[in-house]
Design a protein around this ligand. Structure first.
Ligand code: ARG
Length: 261
């Protein structure tokens, strides 16, 4: 995770960003701290990447890389404004002894890649249409040695895969069908017949932008409908407030890069 010390909305690269809406910087840091404490309280180790001035979106740490089985596929951001973030992530992984693979194709890390370890022996789900180039899906498959299923995103409000789909445990996912092309919806229905389906209210409340340990599901507090749905099928929802970074177009998952050994 990377603290929102320099977080602002000073450019708009997704439909949620409005440069005329003010951000409360102290509240942003307070809410982020609470998210970090929540993860630690659930037994996770959280590494903190130093925030860099001039990189307001660096709080969205999920976009910096995608890690599977100890191998790190680095990010290459689509927008110039975020390009320099990649080096900070790379430095972290290299200093910690991870096997880092630099990308040649445009991709925004876990923003557009999800991993489901027990689905078909380990399946990577990958989004394209707004940020990540489909060529990066093939590159990720070569680097990570897992099958990659390409899914086309069609609604600009769901510009990254991680606002439309998330792994709930080692074998199942939650997704919002309306974010995907009809063909990609069919692919998801075939691969995950028991998936939890989110509705547009859940999705627009950033409910799917969640992190789960297989039981506890940490999600945006506004997504009350999805929290009930998840509780009804045996998960434990853990709501957190992230009103400030939400103004940048992200919530829980966007703030967290998952390290998979
Ligand atoms: N303002 C950031 C952008 O548009 C938000 C990124 C959200 N991150 C995510 N993993 N969806 O790039």
């Amino acid at each position: 995770m990377c603290p929102p010390e320099h977080f602002t909305v000073e450019y708009a690269i997704n439909p949620w960003m409005d440069t005329s809406v003010p951000v409360d910087p102290d509240l942003a840091v307070k809410q982020w701290d609470r998210l970090r404490e929540t993860l630690v309280g659930l037994g996770h180790t959280v590494h903190v990447l130093p925030a860099q001035p001039g990189l307001p979106d660096m709080v969205f740490a999920a976009n910096g890389a995608f890690v599977v089985d100890g191998t790190v596929y680095g990010a290459r951001f689509k927008h110039e404004q975020r390009a320099a973030e990649a080096a900070g992530h790379r430095a972290f992984y290299e200093s910690q002894g991870w096997q880092f693979m630099a990308p040649t194709e445009t991709n925004e890390g876990e923003g557009d890649f999800a991993y489901v370890p027990d689905a078909h022996g380990g399946l990577i789900l990958a989004g394209y249409g707004f940020r990540t180039d489909p060529a990066a899906h093939a590159e990720a498959q070569e680097v990570l040695g897992r099958p990659v299923v390409s899914l086309r995103l069609v609604d600009p409000r769901f510009y990254h895969l991680d606002v439309a789909l998330a792994a709930l445990d080692d074998g199942n996912i939650v997704y919002y069908p309306g974010a995907f092309s009809v063909a990609s919806q069919r692919v998801l229905a075939q691969l995950f017949p028991y998936a939890v389906l989110a509705d547009d209210t859940d999705a627009l409340a950033f409910g799917i932008n969640l992190v789960s340990d297989g039981y506890h599901v940490v999600l945006n507090h506004e997504a009350t409908g999805l929290a009930h749905k998840l509780a009804a099928v045996g998960y434990q929802p853990v709501p957190v407030e992230l009103t400030e970074v939400r103004k940048g177009g992200g919530s829980v998952k966007c703030c967290i890069a998952e390290l998979r050994h």
